[in-house]
Design a binder for this molecule. Structure first.
Ligand code: SF4
Ligand code: SF4
Length: 131
């Protein structure tokens, strides 16, 4: 059985992990169902430091790589007492911490438009507009 880690344990693990959950923002997006949606996701993925992932519930997310401005040089939170609620709730257990989780938090993750297009083609999804 997994044991809950103490705050001290977690701070050691977070240091080892490199504060990865403080280095991006992920926003849920509509699951794509039409050419317009497929095209929007291609557009997102044509930009640098952007990823799109699908979680285990089949929900879709836009992930923007960007370090939090409150992240200190040694990986500590410089806004700890006033950090957002989402930060407070993250990583308290094995379920929500992506570093400690036994499986990746996604079933699909795209980092560029080409990989996404290949995936659409494999699924036989008609995403191309007629010329
Ligand atoms: S992903 Fe987990 S281990 Fe890494 S910084 Fe966040 S809470 Fe800590
Ligand atoms: S506020 Fe603190 S805990 Fe939250 S993302 Fe920024 S550095 Fe990390």
């Amino acid at each position: 059985m997994k044991t809950k880690r103490t705050k001290k344990d977690m701070s050691r693990v977070c240091e080892e992990c490199g504060s990865r959950c403080c280095r991006y923002v992920a926003v849920e997006i509509d699951r794509p169902t039409c050419k317009r949606d497929y095209d929007h996701i291609r557009w997102y993925l044509l930009h640098g430091n952007i990823h799109v992932f699908v979680d285990h519930e089949n929900d879709w997310f836009l992930e923007m790589e960007s370090d939090c401005v409150a992240l200190g040089p040694d990986g500590q939170c410089l806004n700890y007492e006033n950090r957002p609620r989402i930060c407070r709730q993250y990583g308290d257990d094995h379920q929500t911490c992506e570093y400690l989780a036994e499986e990746e938090p996604f079933i699909e993750r795209f980092s560029n438009a080409a990989d996404y297009e290949t995936w659409l083609d494999k699924k036989k999804i008609q995403w191309r507009w007629k010329k």
